[in-house]
Design a protein around this ligand. Structure first.
Ligand code: PLP
Length: 383
C-alpha cells in the first residue's frame, strides 16, 4: 500500500522491531557484532559500516524523499563533505549565491585545497546557470530556499539544463524537508540535509543525510561513508526517528505561524525588507509555489536605520538568540556575524547579507506571543 507522507513519517523505513513487536525501533547501542565463524557474519560487522538503528533511519529518510538509498551522518556538514568527496581534482561546482556559511567554508577552505573549485552563481537565474556550465563543471549545488535570503531556485529548470550537459544536481533540502519539497521528484540527483533542523525538530540532535536514486552513486557514497566515517550514532538515530514522526504536524504549525509573522513584519513601519517565499511580494513566490507544498518557516528581515540591531536582539524575551533553526522554539540570529561569518564580507555585501539582516526561525509557540515579543524588541531597539 502506497502511504501518504503523514503516514510514511510514522510508518516509513523499518516500522518497529520484527523480533519483539516493539512499536519503536530499538537502539542497537553496539560498536561491533559477533561473527559465527570466519566470513559468517549475520549481516552486521561493525557500526561505522552499518547499524540496525541507523539503517532503519536511513530507509525512512529514503522513503520520505522518494529515493532508493538514504545515508545518515553525524552532522549536515559530514553529509555534505561526503557528497563533495565524490568529486576529483580538476572538477568544479556551480554553487547558489547564498548558501549556508559552513558549506561555503568547506568548499573554500577544504576542498579547494584538493583542487575541487567552485563558482558562485545566482541559481535563480537560469541563464546564469546555463552560462556557468563549462566543461570542468561536474555539478550544480543549490539551496532552495537559500540560507539566509530565502532565494528560490527552480529545481526542475536547473536539473533540465544541467542534465542536458551531463552535470549532476545536488539540492540542500534542509529548510523545507521532504514534507514540503521533494527535489528527487523534480529531477535532482542528490539531496542533502542538516537533520539537526526540522527533521530532528527539537534542537537536541546534530545529524545529516544524503538521499539518491542512482545505484552507482549510492555505492560510491556508502563506500565513502564507511571510508570517511562521519556516521550517526545509534542513540541519535533513534532520536531522529522519534523526531521525524511529528514532522508533519510541526511543519503545518511552523508554516501557519511563519505566514502570520511575515505578513505582520511586512506591514510594520520599522521593517524595511522582509524575505519570505510565502509572501506574494517575494520574487520567488511563484516558483516556490509550483515546486513545493509550502514556503517553510524561515524569514529574514531588516530594520530601518533608526533601529539598533544589537538592541533588538537584547530586547527579545521569548524568541531566543542562537545559531541553528528548525526547532519547536523560535530562534533568531545575525547571519553576518554568526551563521555566515565564514563568508568574506565582500561576498556577503554583494549578495545582500548585510549587517542589519536578522534571520528568524519561526517556532510553534503561540503566534501572538511570538509577534508580541518581536514588536516589543523592535520598540526597545529604537535609537
Ligand atoms: C541549509 C544548511 N545546510 C547545512 C547545514 C549544516 O548542518 P550541520 O550544522 O548539521 O552540520 C546547515 C546548518 O546550519 C544549514 O542551515
Amino acid at each position: 500500500m502506497a502511504l501518504n507522507i503523514n503516514s510514511l513519517l510514522i510508518h516509513g523505513g523499518i516500522d518497529g522491531d520484527e523480533t519483539t513487536g516493539a512499536v519503536n525501533v530499538p537502539i542497537y547501542q553496539t560498536s561491533t557484532y559477533k561473527q559465527d565463524g570466519l566470513g559468517e557474519d549475520r549481516g552486521w560487522e561493525y557500526s561505522r559500516t552499518g547499524n540496525p538503528t541507523r539503517a532503519a533511519l536511513e530507509k525512512l529518510i529514503a522513503d520520505l524523499e522518494n529515493g532508493k538509498y538514504g545515508l545518515a551522518f553525524a552532522s549536515g556538514l559530514a553529509a555534505i563533505s561526503t557528497v563533495l568527496s565524490l568529486f576529483e581534482s580538476g572538477d568544479k561546482l556551480v554553487v547558489s549565491d547564498n548558501i549556508y556559511g559552513g558549506t561555503f567554508r568547506i568548499l573554500d577552505n577544504v576542498f579547494k585545497n584538493f583542487n575541487i573549485t567552485y563558482e558562485i552563481v545566482n541559481t535563480s537565474d537560469i541563464e546564469a546557470v546555463k552560462a556557468a556550465l563549462t566543461d570542468e563543471v561536474k555539478a550544480v549545488y543549490i539551496e532552495t530556499p537559500a540560507n539566509p535570503l530565502l532565494t528560490i531556485t527552480d529545481i526542475k529548470a536547473v536539473s533540465d539544463v544541467a542534465h542536458e550537459k551531463g552535470k549532476k544536481v545536488i539540492v540542500d533540502n534542509t529548510f523545507l524537508t521532504p514534507y514540503l519539497q521533494r527535489p528527487l521528484n523534480l529531477g535532482a540527483d542528490i539531496v542533502v540535509h542538516s537533520g539537526t533542523k526540522y527533521l530532528g525538530g527539537h534542537s537536541d540532535v546534530v545529524s545529516g543525510f544524503i538521499i539518491v536514486n542512482d545505484k552507482e552513486t549510492a555505492d560510491r557514497l556508502y563506500y565513502l561513508q564507511n571510508a570517511i566515517g562521519g556516521v550517526l550514532g545509534p542513540f541519535d538515530s533513534f532520536l531522529m526517528i522519534r523526531g521525524i514522526k511529528t514532522l508533519g504536524v510541526r511543519m503545518d504549525r511552523h508554516v501557519e505561524n511563519a505566514l502570520k509573522v511575515a505578513k505582520h513584519l511586512e506591514s510594520h513601519s520599522a521593517v524595511t525588507k522582509v524575505y519570505y517565499p510565502g509572501l506574494l511580494s517575494s520574487p520567488g513566490y511563484e516558483v516556490n509555489k509550483k515546486q513545493t507544498d509550502g514556503p517553510g518557516a524561515m524569514i529574514s528581515f531588516e530594520l530601518g536605520d533608526e533601529y539598533d540591531v544589537k538592541k533588538f536582539f537584547k530586547g527579545l524575551k521569548l524568541v531566543t538568540l542562537a545559531e541553528s533553526l528548525g526547532g519547536v522554539e523560535s530562534l533568531v540570529c545575525h547571519p553576518a556575524s554568526m551563521t555566515h561569518a565564514a563568508i568574506p564580507k565582500e561576498i556577503r555585501d554583494e549578495v545582500g547579507i548585510t549587517e542589519g539582516l536578522i534571520r528568524l526561525s519561526v517556532g510553534i509557540e503561540n503566534v501572538n506571543d511570538i509577534i508580541e515579543d518581536i514588536d516589543s524588541a523592535i520598540a526597545f531597539a529604537k535609537r
